[in-house]
Structures are given as C-alpha cells and as structure tokens.
Design a protein around this ligand. Sequence first.
Ligand SMILES: [Zn+2]
Length: 275
Amino acid sequence: MIFIRQKRGIIALLVALSMSSLWLFRSYLFPQNMPKAGIALSFDDRYIKEWHLLRPIFRKYNAHVTFYLTQPDSLSSEEWNMLSELSKDGHEIACHGAIHTQSIPFVWRNSIREYFEVEIFPALNTMKKHGFTPTTFAHPGGSQFWWLDQKLYQYFNLLRDVSLKKRRLGNWVFERKIDEINEIYFKPNQSKSVSALMIDISNELSEKEIVEVLKKAKNTQSVAMLFGHKPLFQTPQTGQEYGFEVEFLTYILSESAKLGLKTYTMAELSQFNKP
Ligand SMILES: [Zn+2]
C-alpha cells in the first residue's frame, strides 16, 4: 500500500516537473511566428554623415532601420541635426556605448559598476540631452556575457550581438555555412539578447547567400537581423576597406521588397517580447 502511494507520488512529481519544464521552454517548443516576416537592419558606430546619405535609398524601399550610436559626446551640432532628421524619418537612434569598450576585458580589469559608470550612463545622459531615449543596445565589439546582460536589461529592452560567417583568430579562419547560421532570425519571446549577421565586406557574404537568408526569414515567418558599419559608396579596391557596399545594401532592400518582407527597427522587435 505504502509502495503504491509512493509510486503515485513519484508519478505526480514527474508530471509536475514535465509540465513546469514545458511551461519554462514553451517559447522554444512552440515558437510564435512574427505577424509579418521581415528584416531588421542596423548600423554601428558614428558614420552619421554617411548614414544620412542613405536616406533616399531607405525612402525608396520604405525601410526603417536602427543606428547604434557610440561616443555621442564627440558629435557636432550638424551631426545631431542629421540624427534628428533620421529619427523623424522613422529610424531608431539607439545606444552603442560612450567609449566603445569591449565589456569582457573591461569588467575583468575593473568592475560591472565601473562599466556602467564609464560606458552606459554617460552615453544615455548625452543622448537624453539631445532628445534621444534609446531602448536597445548593441555590444561594442560583440563582447558580451550573461551576467552583464542581466544588468543591462534594467536599461534596455533588447541587446544586439554580432554574428559572423567568417571569423579570424590569428592565422586561423573559421567559416560557417550560411544555412548553419540560425541565431540571426528573430521570433517573439525567444530572447532579449539577439545576434545580427554582419554585411561588411570583410564577412564576404555573396548575393546568393543573402537571398538564402531573406528566403529563410520569409519561410519561417521570422525577421532576419543584419548589420554593418560604414557605408562604402565606391566599389572597394583592396578588400581591406571598413564597412559595407551601398550597392549590396540596395540589393538586400530590393530583394526583400520582391519577397514582400517588412523592415523592423530593433525597438519594434523588442515589442514582440513579453516584459
Ligand atoms: Zn561598434
């Protein structure tokens, strides 16, 4: 009799455990789709004059994007005016730190408190002074760790990391196939820490590969997150130039339009996550 009761107790416990783990991992087990598949483009650092020149292209494709601004205290009033115009166009002006330091070595040498005092608070304060209240953040240098992210969530709704096809470590080059890069597709309620695929020329993405990414976003009803740095208006000569070809960006936008993909800002994506 006692044995049967014990057995029932164990079964009840197992059922309770599996129900609670189903609940915990519900968003992974039963992922929700986006109402409309799309792309979320973001641009890092402070190439404000060059970003401002992209306005006609964004207007042509009715695209809204995110600019992750770093070292805002170094900007001229002309650049702040350009950012205001970009914001009025419906683009997001978001935070990429005050000094653009890599968080892991910085916190290792100092502390999380100092990281906030040096990297986060001054950036937020300067931006606020110029009328911007950023709600999303991109990790400078793609350097992030779990514990710091938990603290950053007190100030930001979404944290963006870097995803590469090609990564160099000294003489070693690690390359992933485009269909193996799965972390760049946003779906609701999966994580507030997301990764975007870099479109700079150093990542050597082909037109065929980017179309594969866009089609995957369409087929999985998700949002492909992509990002770059400096817009290169001329065809690169050496391959060592820093940034992405404007021609490549235009290609991405025109192929997206053909597939009926919607553009999202990162702040818009963050609204698909439960608080
Ligand atoms: Zn950066």
